[in-house]
Design a protein around this ligand. Structure first.
Ligand SMILES: Nc1ncnc2c1ncn2[C@@H]1O[C@H](COP(=O)(O)OP(=O)(O)OP(=O)(O)O)[C@@H](O)[C@H]1O
Ligand SMILES: [Mg+2]
Length: 421
């Protein structure tokens, strides 16, 4: 018979322990027996145990502390406490405080115990599968440039992993510098459209009188100055992804036109009657809370509903301070490599300030804060090295050569600054 798992039975009453062994073995479980806390702890170091049945009163301790210890060593172990001294308070403590799965009062029905163990192991399997799924989802995004271990960022990464390969419209909401574009890139890179076009439009940056023809394109003669046909960005995104950055800044009349494109999946160029089919995945982003934009009349409600099949809320850095050390380390390494210079570790006091600051400009501000001192140190070192080299040369060379070297100085600086870019 295929073994269904190993159960540890901890009871100092030999007859009860043997009875449990027989019942469990007849149901296909492997059983380890221990008569005390000490033997139970040594048993789990020798055997992979999935569930434990613990007596509440043991000669060298109690079942609750043992339960806590087992859970501490392996949080996936499911524990059933059996007791002849069951009281409501103890039972509550056992299930909630110590992480036991259930409390059973002696004498108990063997069928009930078997049912409980089966249920506990099913639950354990489910929890393990869930954890594995989450781990794989997070792993899929781990190779991206998005850094962050805070639970809120892990949730962002899980969402990216689960929606990237769908065609769902995604709305990314977050303050400036939180990484919205980085997330949008990850969504495109992980989609089946990754080899197609990746078109990004900043709705706040395009001049109002240009945005319509930029988005929708135009035909020759559509307006004064339209000397040729022009393919709009919506058409360019065909078979790829389209990022509408700062979408709440799009003029309201164009929002209606965009909505029609999203519903009908065709674009009509300005001045052109012929509809052109388009197939793109829409990613939008905004650093203005979209509900507020809708309420204040900056965004059409119907467009808002259309673009946010999935919303990704990117938390500001001040709400995930645990990520600051990871980001600092990553940026330090990046800039060390970029400037090809040795940079000292950050001094403890400066580091403490990095951790405490509120970072209103979020990750971008932190990134710049790390780059700046790197740059200066790199430059300072290069300058002092140049000076050192020059002064030693100066000591040895005659006057004529010295002035020649002085003239070559800008060249040296260009060399060192070229490394910076
Ligand atoms: N989680 C992160 N891990 C690593 N780098 C990050 C992360 N978040 C942001 N960055 C970096 O911070 C900078 C700003 O990110 P990004 O441009 O994606 O922000 P944004 O939310 O689009 O900002 P804005 O609203 O101002 O356009 C980028 O250089 C990006 O690489
Ligand atoms: Mg951006």
């Amino acid at each position: 018979m295929k073994r269904r798992g190993t159960v540890l039975v901890v009871d100092d009453e030999v007859s009860i322990a043997d009875g449990l062994r027989l019942t469990l073995e007849s149901e296909g479980y492997s059983v380890r027996i221990a008569g005390s806390v000490a033997t139970a702890l040594s048993a789990i170091t020798q055997t992979d145990v999935q569930a434990a049945i613990l007596d509440l009163m043991l000669p060298d301790g109690d079942g609750l502390s043992l339960c806590r210890e087992l859970k501490r060593r392996d949080p996936t172990i499911e524990v059933v406490i059996v007791t002849a001294y069951g009281s409501v308070r103890k039972a509550m403590e056992a299930t909630k405080g110590a992480g036991a799965f259930y409390v059973l009062e002696k004498p108990f029905d063997p069928d009930e115990l078997i049912g409980l163990i089966a249920h506990a192991l099913d639950r354990r399997k489910l929890v393990a599968e869930n954890a594995e799924l989450r781990r794989r989802l997070v792993e899929q995004t781990a190779d991206s440039q998005i850094l962050g271990k805070a639970p809120s960022m892990q949730r962002v990464m899980e969402t990216i992993a689960s929606v990237a390969d769908t065609d769902a419209n995604v709305l990314i909401v977050g303050e400036s510098g939180t990484g919205k574009e980085l997330i949008a890139n990850a969504l495109h890179d992980r989609s089946r459209r990754k080899d197609g076009p990746w078109i990004k439009i900043n709705c706040a940056a395009l001049p109002k009188d240009l945005i319509e023809s930029e988005l929708f394109g135009h035909t020759r003669g559509a307006f004064t100055g339209a000397t040729t046909d022009k393919v709009g960005l919506l058409e360019e995104a065909h078979q790829g992804s389209l990022l509408l950055d700062e979408i709440t800044e799009m003029p309201i009349d164009l929002q209606a036109k965009l909505l029609r494109v999203l519903e009908e999946r065709v674009v009509r160029r300005l001045g052109g009657a012929k509809p052109v089919p388009v197939d793109f995945r829409l990613i939008s982003s905004t650093n203005r809370p979209p509900e507020v934009a809708v309420k204040e009349g900056h965004m059409r409600r119907d467009l808002y509903f259309r673009i946010n099949t999935v919303t990704i809320n990117v938390p500001p850095l001040r709400d995930r301070r645990d990520d600051i050390p990871i980001l600092v380390q990553a940026f330090l390494e990046h800039y060390r490599a970029k400037h090809a210079r040795h940079v000292d570790e950050i001094e403890p006091e400066a580091y403490r300030r990095l951790l405490q600051y509120s970072w209103p400009g979020n990750v971008r501000e932190l990134q710049h804060a790390i780059e700046r001192p790197c740059w200066w140190r790199a430059r300072a070192r290069s300058r002092s090295r140049t000076f050192r080299r020059r002064s030693s040369t100066v000591r040895r060379t005659p006057m004529k050569a010295r002035s020649r070297r002085r003239r070559s100085r800008p060249g040296r600086w260009r060399t060192s600054s070229a490394r910076r870019s």
